[in-house]
Design a binder for this molecule. Structure first.
Ligand code: NAD
Length: 481
């Protein structure tokens, strides 16, 4: 299938209008498969952000007052538009982010379902009536928190915005959402589907610009009542600090460095196949990527052999070409990070089993890379790689493997492979992470809560908890006599 390389010009969307803003500034957007500029994304200036916050304030009044069914109808219609346009949205996502087309298409289809899920879930945002013996009737009322400032990174160009917009809109909130300047056109297409579905003006405002300027202005703005952030731990701490200074609730979905413990009784070939699949999705640029493989010594060599075979079987190239199943890294920062992490690990004694270098001179490709006997002192064992390098280590004692798995400041995802129910329980109880998977490395789902512990953040996205993140609870006591 031949895909067009035409790139739709991204714009800001403020108070129901598509605009280039008033700052007069913009920045280039690149195709990671070529490293060449494909367009410019306009920057919102102070006035544009002020207008966006005002629009979100006015939009909130309209949207939160609407019947939950009426809101749901618009969200379901937006889901349908996204699905009708999925091919085009995925094409644009591949063009600006790099992931291969089928992966981008899967992301669009899955994440659009989040709108449908929350359109229904919002109908079950019940308060409670609480028995009391003090002559009052006690109850709770749940309401949307208000206009939200949301910050979304570049690794899931369609899924990222929808993970925040779906529960928030269903709850009755409005948004000023800053999506990544590196993947702006996909976000525009998602917002266009909401607009076409009949979302009232001002309910979603989409902005791009200089990230620290935007977050500083919006978080301090009194019209904004909540902050939702996905991104790196250092930026998350900065944003959480800014929100704390004005006492605004936050959801922090930050990075991870997910351990995979492959126990003595696991099938090493199957565990390696599933691990490698999870590891190389989106060229390893997923916050829940399995990233540290801790394998029982009796299975180690067979696991490594199968993992290397799976890595070498990947066809790395331009994600819009047929047959490609791993695209480039999304930006040159990741390429540099891979080169640095690899050089450091090799210098400290790790063994290179396959890969290990940039692929070609055009674009930001890096070979699927497998390292063994990586010492714990290597930076890659502590720093989230966010790229296609898989460090593998061996263990003999499960308690020691658990201690190693828990030995970073991160606590987002963790994985285990075992055929024994008691061992699976031990892993589930012992791993310090918010998202646990046994015998697979599948990703997040919208019907269940996801979120980190330790420095990977707090708050939940997904499931009923994801809806509650965007709601406040009021206690009402009503004296009866
Ligand atoms: P980064 O930390 O500079 O940026 C991450 C995201 O935060 C980007 O979308 C950026 O636009 C935004 N951002 C940066 N500073 C901001 C600010 N002051 N206010 C508001 N938004 C701000 O890093 P990067 O180079 O884009 O990515 C590198 C690292 O970020 C990765 O190694 C990974 O650890 C992490 N990351 C995590 C996720 C995730 O899903 N949790 C996604 C992308 C990146």
């Amino acid at each position: 299938m031949t895909h067009s390389r035409t790139y739709p010009a991204p714009q800001l969307f403020i108070d129901g209008e598509w605009t280039n803003g008033t700052s007069g500034r913009s920045e280039p957007v690149f195709n990671p498969a070529t490293g060449r500029e494909i367009g410019q994304v306009p920057h919102a200036g102070w006035n544009d952000l002020d207008r966006a916050a005002a629009a979100a304030g006015a939009g909130f009044k309209v949207w939160s007052a609407m019947d939950v069914d009426a809101r749901g109808t618009i969200l379901v219609k937006a889901m349908q538009f996204i699905r009708e346009r999925a091919s085009e949205i995925a094409r644009v996502a591949t063009l600006e982010q790099g992931k291969h087309f089928k992966e981008a298409l899967g992301e669009v289809m899955r994440s659009s379902g989040t709108l449908g899920y929350y359109a229904e879930e919002a109908k079950r945002a019940f308060g409670r009536v609480i028995p009391t013996s003090h002559g009052t009737r006690l109850s709770t009322i749940v309401q949307p928190v208000g206009p939200v400032a949301a910050f979304v990174p570049w690794n899931f160009p369609s899924g990222g915005p929808l993970r925040k917009l779906s529960p928030g809109l269903a709850a009755g909130c409005s948004f000023v959402i800053k999506c990544s300047e590196e993947t702006p056109a996909t976000a525009c297409q998602i917002v266009k589907c909401l607009e076409d579905a009949g979302l009232p003006k001002g309910v979603v405002n989409l902005v791009f610009g200089v990230p620290p300027q935007i977050s500083e202005q919006l978080i301090a703005d009194p019209r904004i009542r909540m902050v939702a952030f996905t991104g790196s731990v250092p930026v998350g701490k900065l944003i959480a600090g800014q929100a704390a200074a004005v006492m605004k609730p936050t959801i922090m979905e930050l990075g991870g460095h997910a351990p995979v413990i492959v126990c003595e009784d696991a099938d090493p070939v199957e565990a390696a196949r599933r691990s490698a699949f999870g590891k190389f999705v989106n060229a390893g640029q997923v916050c829940t990527s399995p990233t540290r493989f801790i394998v029982h010594e009796s299975l180690h060599d067979r696991f490594v052999k199968s993992f290397v075979e799976a890595a070498e079987a990947l066809s790395v190239g331009d994600g819009l070409e047929d047959g490609v199943n791993m695209g480039p890294l999304a930006n040159p920062r990741r390429l540099e990070a891979m080169e640095e992490l690899l050089a450091d690990a090799l210098a400290k004694g790790a063994r290179l089993e396959t890969g290990g270098k940039r692929k070609g001179n055009e674009g930001w490709f890096f070979e699927p890379t497998v390292l063994t006997d990586v010492p714990l002192e290597a930076r890659i064992m502590q720093v989230e790689p966010f790229g296609p390098i898989a460090p593998i280590r061996r263990f003999s004692d499960l308690d020691a493997a658990l201690a190693e798995a828990n030995g970073t400041p991160y606590g987002l995802a963790a994985y285990g492979f075992t055929r024994d129910a008691a061992t699976a329980d031990r892993l589930a109880e012992g791993l310090e992470a918010g998202i646990l998977s046994i015998n697979h490395t599948g990703g997040s789902v919208h019907e269940a809560p996801s979120g980190g512990v330790k420095e990977s953040g707090y708050g939940k996205e997904g499931g009923p908890e994801g809806l509650q993140s965007y709601m406040i609870v009021k206690r009402l006591s009503h004296r009866l006599n």
